[in-house]
Structures are given as structure tokens and as C-alpha cells.
Design a protein around this ligand. Structure first.
Ligand SMILES: *Cc1c(COP(=O)(O)O)cnc(C)c1O
Length: 369
């Protein structure tokens, strides 16, 4: 267990939480403990046993993210989906889940194609609507805020109040907001999940996930599942994510500065029908005036905004949700929740703002065909 830090500052925690100098050498950065097993002084007497169960690099990462989210337990996984799957494994046949209606496409696929056939009932509703109801008997509420790709924001405290009255556990996917802007556990949520692939690692070089909770019983169940199922990250991925986390606060400041300027600039244009930006973090979605063909020309014309799925890295990315990240959501549901064919999603990186604007400017010209 690491000492408690003399701060609540998120920038300081990102660098120090869960990380003490390595006791043997004093190494300031947590080393990559690239080992599967550990010598035991006597049979079954061990501080460390086997790396599926525990690994010091992973322990440091878990403690750092738990510290950032203000939770007492962190569990990391080999992907965001593995973290979400592990949360879903706490459900039983007959359980009822109320889930946001424009969650990450992979979450929707896991819930509808893998978890629902095992007897769990899902209702997909717009949780950002203050009138959304959580029926009594609901086991779990699954919320993303802001949502992807429509960037709708949910009043988490209000949702927690309704969910608690219904007897439901609340899980928040905090990938888009990051603990820099939103700490759901402080607002009463029971658990937070992240795709650390995105902002927490921030350099587009690792796929990973994490769950954070302050509920001891839930943490014990999740640690049992983490070890039993085995979807754990390797020490090298944990090291890279720890390294990426150190700059989380400065990166997020810059993502927000760039994205807010770009969102305001897009909103002022006649060739943009609608801009969605929640006011923080680096994601901006907009409807291009014009058809899918124009949107295709736009995303193929940018040079600094790379045409790619994923988000949250230092480099800017651009994509078309309807045919890329959200292609696994049925067309009628996409239409229903407002993911138009011409919707363009930007992950604004931390490059120079003038260069990003110039890149988009020339794409607007190219889109005209
Ligand atoms: C990417 C993402 C996931 C899935 O994470 P992976 O690391 O790709 O498995 C889950 N939720 C959100 C909001 C995401 O953006």
C-alpha cells in the first residue's frame, strides 16, 4: 500500500499516486516487472505469487488510476472491453440493466450479443434526459457521459439518486470525461470503468481498461473475476500507461483548449449544420451540411486529422461513426438516436491549433467536390 499523498490535485496525483521509488534500487519510475512468477522464501509464503494474480507494475497502475478517480480499489484489464465484460460478469440471469442508448458501439455489441443471450434483460434509454426512469428492480444502470458520438451529458448525481431509489448499482464509463473533469464515485456511482486506450494512456500505443470502486465487496468479486478469467494487461502495457498518465492533466488542458476553439469555429460556419461539444475534453462531433458522399470526401481530405477509429491520443483523429465506430449499431437505431450518416467525429489532439484549423479548412473545400 502506498502512502497517502499530501494533495488532492489531479496533476500531482497523476504523477505520484500509487508510485513510490522502487525499494531495492530507488528507481524513481516504476520498473517493468517482466516476470510471470516470483521466488518464494518458503512454500506458499509470498508477497507476490503469479503475474495473472498480481504484478508490481500493474499494482502501481491500478493504484494510480484509483487515486485519480478518488476510489480505493483499481483493477486493470487487457482492454476496455475486458473491463466492461468483467463488470457484466457480476450480473445473473434474470437481472435487469438500464443502459444509455448511445453507448460505445462495442459495449452495445457485448451487451446485446453476448450478455443478453445469457438471460440478462437490457433496456436502452436516453439517460441524459432528466425524465429517464429507472424502474424498481433494476440491478444495474450503465451510463456513459458524455456519450459517444453524440456527446450528450447526464446529470450523474440525479441519476444516482433515481438508481439508488430503484435498488440499482450505477456504473459510469468515464472514458470521455476522464477524472480531470468528472469523478463519478464522488457523485455516488458504485464503479467507474475506462478504456485506458484513450485519454488515460493518451499516446495511441496501448489497448487497456480499468475498473475503479470504493465498494470493498464489489472489489473483492472483481478481483476474483480478474484472476479467474485472466484478461489482465502485461507489465509493459502497464508501464506505458503509467508513463502516459503522468502528463494527463497537461494533455487534457490542451485537448480542451483546442477542442473548444475548434467547436466554436465550426459552429460559426454555414457549411456545418450542428456542432456537439460538451465544453471540456477533446471530442467534437458535427453534422456536415451535405450527404454521406460529402462527409466521405471531408474525412479523406484531412492530413493532420488521421482517418482512424479510437480517440484520446496526442494526435488528432477523424472518423464517420455511422460506417466506422458505430457500424455495429443497427441503422434504424442509429437513425432513432440521431447518428446521421454525415455525422463527423473529431478527436482533437494537442497539435498547434492554427494547423488543425487550416487542415479542417482545406477539408471543407475538398468536401464540396
Ligand atoms: C474505446 C472505448 C471502449 C472500449 O475500450 P477498448 O480499450 O477499445 O476495448 C469502451 N468505452 C468507450 C467509451 C470507449 O471509447
Amino acid at each position: 500500500m502506498s502512502k497517502s499523498l499530501p494533495t488532492d490535485g489531479i496533476g500531482t496525483k497523476a504523477i505520484h499516486a500509487g508510485q513510490e521509488p522502487e525499494p531495492v534500487t530507488g528507481a524513481v519510475m516504476t520498473p517493468v516487472f517482466q516476470t510471470s512468477t516470483y521466488a518464494q522464501p518458503a512454500p506458499a509464503e509470498w508477497p507476490w505469487e503469479y503475474s495473472r494474480t498480481h504484478n508490481p507494475t500493474r499494482t502501481a497502475l491500478q493504484a494510480c488510476i484509483a487515486g485519480l478517480e478518488g476510489g480505493t480499489h483499481g483493477l486493470s484489464f487487457s482492454s476496455g472491453m475486458a473491463a466492461i465484460d468483467t463488470m457484466a460478469r457480476t450480473l445473473k440471469p434474470g437481472d435487469r440493466v438500464v443502459c444509455g442508448d448511445d453507448v460505445y458501439g462495442g459495449t452495445y455489441r457485448l451487451f446485446t450479443k453476448v450478455v443478453a443471450p445469457m438471460g440478462v434483460h437490457f433496456d436502452f434509454v436516453d439517460l441524459s434526459d432528466p425524465a429517464a426512469e429507472i424502474p424498481v428492480g433494476t440491478t444495474m444502470v450503465w451510463c456513459e457521459s458524455p456519450t459517444n458520438p453524440l456527446l450528450k451529458v447526464t446529470d450523474l448525481s440525479g441519476l444516482v439518486t433515481k438508481a439508488k431509489a430503484a435498488g440499482a448499482r450505477v456504473v459510469v464509463d468515464n472514458t470521455f470525461a476522464t477524472p480531470v473533469y468528472q469523478r463519478p464515485l464522488e457523485l455516488g456511482a458504485d464503479a467507474v470503468v475506462h478504456s485506458t486506450t484513450k485519454y488515460l494512456n493518451g499516446h495511441s500505443d496501448v489497448v487497456g481498461g480499468v475498473i475503479v470502486t470504493s465498494d470493498d465487496a464489489l472489489a473483492e468479486q472483481l478481483a476474483f473475476l480478474q484472476n479467474s478469467v485472466g484478461a489482465v494487461p502485461g507489465p509493459w502495457d502497464c508501464f506505458l500507461t503509467l508513463r502516459g498518465l503522468k502528463t494527463l492533466k497537461v494533455r487534457m488542458d490542451r485537448h480542451t483548449a483546442n477542442a473548444s476553439e475548434i467547436a466554436a469555429w465550426l459552429a460559426s460556419r454555414d457549411d456545418v449544420a450542428k456542432v456537439r461539444y460538451p465544453g471540456f475534453s477533446g471530442m467534437v462531433s458535427f453534422d456536415l451540411a451535405g450527404d454521406l458522399a460529402a462527409a466521405r470526401r471531408f474525412v479523406m481530405a484531412t492530413r493532420l486529422f488521421t482517418l482512424a477509429e479510437s480517440l484520446g491520443g496526442v494526435e488528432s483523429l477523424i472518423e464517420l461513426p455511422a460506417i466506422m465506430t458505430h457500424a455495429s449499431v443497427p441503422p434504424e437505431i442509429r437513425a432513432d438516436i440521431g447518428i446521421a450518416d454525415g455525422l463527423i467525429r473529431l478527436s482533437c489532439g494537442i497539435e498547434d491549433l492554427a494547423d488543425l484549423k487550416a487542415d479542417l479548412e482545406q477539408a471543407f473545400r475538398a468536401a464540396q467536390g
